[in-house]
Ligand binder design. Structure first.
Ligand code: UN1
Length: 506
């Protein structure tokens, strides 16, 4: 890994605050240490952002905003295009770092960097398509249209499980919209944040642009709170747990700021008796154990129609028996470790609760102490949708197998949780599929057919309903959340007619 660290500009003790080319912060004062979940060893430390540094970042961000918002959008897109090129060049080392620091397997680490590249490409195109509508006025010699203006500094709070991609969804779109970005990455993956910041700032340094367009701060809850309370930040986009989102939402709403929240999921796949069961099993395995069950989009509940329940269960038992768990950097591994000891404990506690509530763990769940680090065997459990533990999101590879009788009941169970991020149906029957996608079907932000709940492409709007938070990031028209809409009415005539036909008499 030494070579990767050198290529990405990461040392043992690192600065944690950046306004672009300037990196500052002294790890000697207070720092967050990063550990690889593979064997728990400390791999470096990053200085925490202190309040005065945070305020300096905000000053520079506001000054940069003044210049950046007046930079033509396609020109902003050109900078983002170059960031995409730079990411292509550093895809291999950055993907390795993601894998090493976060614990997801190398293929997924590389996939994450690819997701950054994809959203950069998308944003470049978007920079020429920040379209507003024109309307026909009800008054003669009047014209109406709407235009989209940049919003200001956008605060991005991202989570450990996607330490680089989710930042890029926000940052690349915000940047072409003319916003500047203040990023607080997860304190569990500070080296990934630093590496990305170095890549981006190298691109900016080639241009005559002010510092403060892309900014990095490092810290825990405290720094997140500064951001949430900061009236200089009109929009906070936060990814993480539901309690975290609730507190950010309260804080930002109390100052009437805006949020995009991408919080917990409790995603289900509905498998009917008309499904291709071979495909179902493959999709379920990737969806449940990908990123060791630590995606917001992970399949947590497999709702299976009674007649095929046993067959699906047996196929999964077979697939789970042969899974290769271990070093995420080893190309043969399909599942790496959980992020830390707490995650392992939470998984163990959840497995106990399944039993207490009357469910049965039919495969896996063991802690693999012999591997060192935070490795576990993924678990399969037969459960009921109504179990309290099933209603919660446990960020670990536990897949609940839950039977249902009719499709209507299957859909009701799919919707019968407080979260609403992603969902899927496996069926070859067009009627069943359309029912799942209808207004009475899935209540989630994402509803897939014959693919799992995870692995969304950046081209779609990403986000969910209910306690997932309701925000949308990435593709489609998610860019609109990063801008402010202005309606303009222009009178080019000689008279002053009033709307609604009002005769004011003066
Ligand atoms: C997340 O888990 O926060 O759809 C994001 C997926 C990935 C993104 C997940 N493209 O699984």
């Amino acid at each position: 890994m030494q070579e990767v660290f050198e290529t990405l500009g990461i040392g043992d003790r690192n600065p944690g605050t950046s306004t672009g080319e300037s990196f500052f912060g002294d790890p000697g004062l207070a720092a967050v240490a990063s550990h690889t979940p593979t064997d728990g060893t400390r791999i470096g430390e990053v200085a925490l952002t202190r309040r005065e540094e945070y305020d300096l970042v905000m000053d520079r961000a506001l000054r940069a905003f003044d210049v950046w918002r007046m930079t033509p959008a396609p020109r902003r897109g050109e900078i983002v295009r170059q960031i995409g090129s730079e990411l292509r060049e550093f895809k291999a080392p950055l993907g390795r770092l993601v894998s090493f620091e976060m614990g997801k397997i190398l293929q997924e680490g590389l996939g994450e960097v690819q997701e950054m590249i994809d959203i950069a490409d998308f944003a470049v195109g978007q920079s020429r398509m920040l379209y507003g509508k024109t309307m026909h006025s009800e008054r003669p010699h009047h014209r109406m249209y709407e235009q989209w203006h940049p919003l200001g500094p956008v605060g991005v709070i991202s989570a450990f499980n996607f330490p680089v991609a989710v930042y890029a969804w926000n940052a690349m779109i915000a940047a072409v919209c003319g916003d500047v970005v203040v990023w607080k990455g997860s304190e569990k993956t500070p080296l990934c944040s630093l590496a990305v910041q170095r890549i981006i700032s190298r691109v900016l340094a080639r241009h005559d642009l002010p510092e403060g367009i892309f900014n990095l701060v490092t810290g825990d809850r405290q720094v997140g709170e500064w951001m949430a309370k900061d009236e200089r930040i009109p929009l906070i986009s936060a990814t993480g747990s539901i309690p975290m989102g609730r507190s950010v939402a309260h804080c930002v709403a109390s100052r009437l700021g805006r949020t995009i929240l991408e919080l917990g999921g409790n995603n289900a796949m509905v498998v009917t008796e008309k499904a291709d069961l071979e495909m179902t099993a493959r999709a379920a395995v990737f969806g449940a154990i990908g990123t060791a069950g630590q995606r917001c989009t992970t399949i947590r509940r497999l709702l299976v129609q009674e007649d095929v329940f046993e067959e699906v269960r047996d196929r999964l038992l077979g697939a789970y028996a042969g899974l290769r768990i271990g070093d995420p950097l080893d190309e043969r591994t399909v599942m790496g470790p959980l992020i830390d000891a707490e995650a392992v404990e939470q998984m163990q506690a959840a497995l106990l609760r399944i039993k207490e509530e009357g469910g049965e763990v039919i495969s896996g769940g063991e802690v693999l102490d012999e591997l060192g680090g935070h490795f576990v065997r993924p678990a399969l459990a037969v459960a009921e949708n109504e179990f309290e533990i099933v209603q919660e999101e446990t960020f670990a590879p536990i897949l609940y197998l839950i039977p249902f009788r009719t499709l209507e009941e299957g859909i009701a169970k799919q919707n019968g949780v407080r979260q609403g991020l992603s969902s899927a149906i496996f069926s070859r029957d067009v009627g069943e599929i359309e029912a799942f996608l209808s207004h009475r079907g899935s209540d989630c932000g994402i509803a897939n057919v014959n693919i799992g709940t995870s692995g969304a492409e950046i081209g779609g709007a990403f986000g969910g309903e209910k306690e997932t938070g309701g925000g949308r990031e990435a593709g489609s028209d998610a860019w609109k959340a990063y801008m402010r809409r202005q309606t303009n009415t222009i009178n080019w005539g000689e008279e002053l007619p009033l709307a609604q036909g009002i005769d004011f008499g003066v």
